[in-house]
Design a protein around this ligand. Structure first.
Ligand code: GLA
Length: 673
């Protein structure tokens, strides 16, 4: 179990380093991430490197038994670089250049940036590839975090090359993007631009490809650095830190290139439900590389600096969230950062060693956790989940485009479906549409608007082989080009679902209120039958629920009708259908339930698919996470909770026959012997 954090000794005089390693020993630190933002300290001009200070730091750490996760320092180019080569700066969609003076101020496709980064990493890797302290490599930092998209001429040129590789001919691009619409037919790749500012909405196919291109272009940077490190003879695992469900990068694709997944996790302590989105992130990280343990590369000991309001973690909450990560498969807990900065933008960000010193709750909690993680037993990373939730970046990108029947926040919807399942204490994996589904009894595919042919075939074969597939409104609408398919809607899953949607039927968006002036329940409450309807009630085998966003007009082709709309313009029409297909079942829900409705629908689906909770009869504030044969139970609520878990305590080995958990208490219990 790794324990430690980002270490930025370049911010401190050398005398402080000795105190650092002494206190690291006291805290039980085993590893630090070094040099992540040290480019300007390492290299003062092109070709001029100063490694000696870094040698001294690494040797000092090594002598004190602290391992190094070696940062490649490429996330923040030094002032000399951007002064000499301003063409490496990125540009926004309006054409404005981003300036230096912060971090991540480089165009990922800039040949100059790539050359300078490669030069640095080549020197760094040659120097430290065989250093005994270095056990891991940390490439760059949170790729694309601040600069999601670059629209500069560098990006323009690289985008054109990417498109040439993808389409071969400009004719094929025109076909895929449907450029006959609005007179957009290109006669050469040299006419294609990134989706810069335009008078009205841009071509959706082009916008989608630009997102695919950006994820690929940034990944090229990672691969470039990784290959340089390997070429220097390094044998340690190489990684870069992910940011959970991060919009701009398709982590399914990235995970293929990364040795071990590392993630930065910053749930908001002000939000009592944020442990659920945290659980989603942790399950996503585990699922990105099944069977391979992963690390929390960054979390905070307390308050952050970058939200408008930055609450500290409550007593015990940092430890509970660390246990949560381990319970979901993490093999290490690291923080941003070791010692709180005195200057710069992050001086109010909490750290392992706070500005207020060692006579603090933070330090006590940090040293306590270090003690707990020492000699932690090995645990298999698998969850043995029987339930999977589909999450797909390409769909997210396509759904974000304007000009849809209704705007949906895909990531939030997926997390709400996940939370409904998670509150029922089942283990959940996250899968991509083309992922291996053979282990699951129930797959939930929320709002999978863009479904590729391969994804549709994969989900179909899951059902054919006995799986239960639950899909809800606005799913299987367009193909991989964001184009409607021949033959109406739900073409890809039609055989499985036995339905097609005739019309989508947007409802007033939940957050948009009733319009210019409030007209109360008669409109906003949805009792009208016309377009002024904000929700649609559904009666089904799960009782009565309330649907939002859509009430779709469904034509049943072969499915059974299990539920109907009970009010509004579709009163009496099918709302829930199910079809037997192969040895499984395909279920379609023609609306998107509110939170309570999601609980009812998923409870019914779990029962239909025969999925048992890990533990029954416990509060939704208690989380249960399975890892191999270990159940981690955590009380995220404010009241004491009894949990009927039986087995042996992972840390003490003592038998466990039910536990009482106060707020933020947790236990890890091996449930089989
Ligand atoms: C990110 C970065 C760190 C630091 C933290 C602060 O995760 O990787 O360098 O800025 O945020 O929360």
């Amino acid at each position: 179990m790794y324990y430690g954090g980002d270490y930025n000794p370049e911010q401190w005089p050398e005398e402080v380093w000795k105190e650092d390693v002494r206190l690291m020993g006291e805290a039980g630190v085993t590893i630090v991430s070094l040099g992540i933002f040290a480019w300007s300290r390492i290299q003062e001009d092109e070709g001029v490197f100063d490694w000696e200070w870094l040698d001294r730091v690494i040797n000092l750490l090594h002598e004190n038994g602290i391992q190094v996760n070696m940062g490649t320092a490429t996330a923040s180019p030094p002032p000399w670089a951007t002064t000499k080569y301003p063409e490496m700066l990125p540009q926004d969609a309006d054409g404005a250049k981003y300036g230096p003076g912060s971090r991540q101020h480089y165009a990922p496709t800039s040949p100059v940036y790539r050359r300078l980064a490669a030069d640095l990493v080549r020197e760094l890797a040659a120097r430290y590839a065989h250093h005994p302290a270095v056990v891991m490599w940390h490439v760059n930092n949170e790729y694309a975090c601040h600069l999601n998209y670059d629209y500069s001429d560098n990006a323009r040129d690289a985008f054109r090359m990417w498109l040439k590789r993808k389409y071969g001919t400009i004719h094929a691009l025109n076909e895929a993007w449907g450029t006959a619409f609005w007179s957009q037919i290109y006669t050469s790749f040299d006419q294609v631009l990134p989706p810069r500012k335009a008078p009205y909405s841009l071509n959706p196919g082009g916008a989608l490809d630009f997102k695919r291109f950006t994820s690929d272009a940034v990944l090229e940077l990672y691969v470039m650095e990784r290959d340089i490190i390997r070429a220097a003879g390094a044998t340690q695992p190489i990684s870069t830190n992910f940011m959970g469900a991060f919009y701009a990068l398709d982590y399914w694709r990235w995970a293929e290139e990364i040795d071990i997944i590392t993630n930065d996790n910053y749930p908001d302590p002000n939000d009592p439900q944020s442990f659920r989105s945290s659980a989603f992130t942790l399950d996503l990280m585990r699922s990105l590389k099944p069977g391979v343990p992963w690390l929390i590369m960054e979390q905070s000991t307390g308050a952050l600096n970058w939200r408008p309001s930055n609450a500290p973690k409550a007593p015990g909450q940092m430890e509970a969230l660390s246990a949560q990560a381990i319970g979901h498969g993490a093999d290490g807990i690291l923080f941003f950062q070791w010692r709180q900065s005195r200057r710069g933008s992050e001086k109010f960000h909490s750290a392992m060693l706070p500005q207020a010193g060692t006579q603090t709750r933070t330090w006590r909690e940090v040293t306590k956790l270090g003690g707990t993680l020492k000699d932690f037993p090995q645990m298999a990373p698998e969850s043995h989940a029987k339930v999977a939730v589909v999450f797909d970046w390409e769909n997210w990108w396509a759904l974000t485009h304007s000009d849809h029947p209704i705007q949906l926040d895909y990531c939030r919807l997926v997390q709400r479906w996940y939370a409904a399942l998670q509150a029922q204490h089942v283990s959940i994996d996250i899968v991509k549409p083309t992922g291996d589904l053979s282990a699951y009894s129930l797959v939930v595919a929320p709002q999978l608007y863009l479904l590729s042919d391969a994804g549709a075939e994969n989900l179909s074969s899951f059902v054919r082989g006995g799986g239960h597939l639950l899909v809800s409104a606005f799913t299987d609408v367009v193909d991989q080009d964001d184009a409607l398919r021949e033959g109406g809607y739900q073409v890809g899953l039609r055989e499985v679902l036995g339905v097609t949607v005739e019309d989508f039927g947007a409802l007033i968006a939940p957050s948009s209120g009733g319009g210019l002036w409030s007209v109360g329940d008669s409109v906003a409450g949805g009792s009208g039958t016309g377009p002024g309807q904000s929700h649609a009630s559904v009666a089904g085998p799960f009782g009565s629920i309330r649907g939002e966003h859509f009430c779709e007009e469904v034509r049943v082709l072969g499915a059974d009708i299990l539920g109907t709309f009970t009010d509004g313009r579709l009163k009496g029409a099918p709302a829930l259908t199910q079809q037997a297909y192969g040895t499984g079942r395909g279920t379609y829900l023609a609306t998107i339930p509110d939170d309570a409705g999601m609980q009812h629908v998923t409870a019914w689906s779990l029962a239909e698919a025969g999925v048992q909770p890990e533990l029954s009869g416990i509060s939704p504030w208690v989380e249960v996470a399975r890892r191999g044969d270990v159940l981690t139970v955590i009380n995220h609520g404010s009241e004491p909770e009894g949990v009927p878990v039986k087995g042996h305590d992972v840390l003490s080995g003592e038998p466990v026959n039910g536990v009482e958990l106060g707020p933020f208490d947790w236990r890890m219990v091996r449930v089989t012997e």
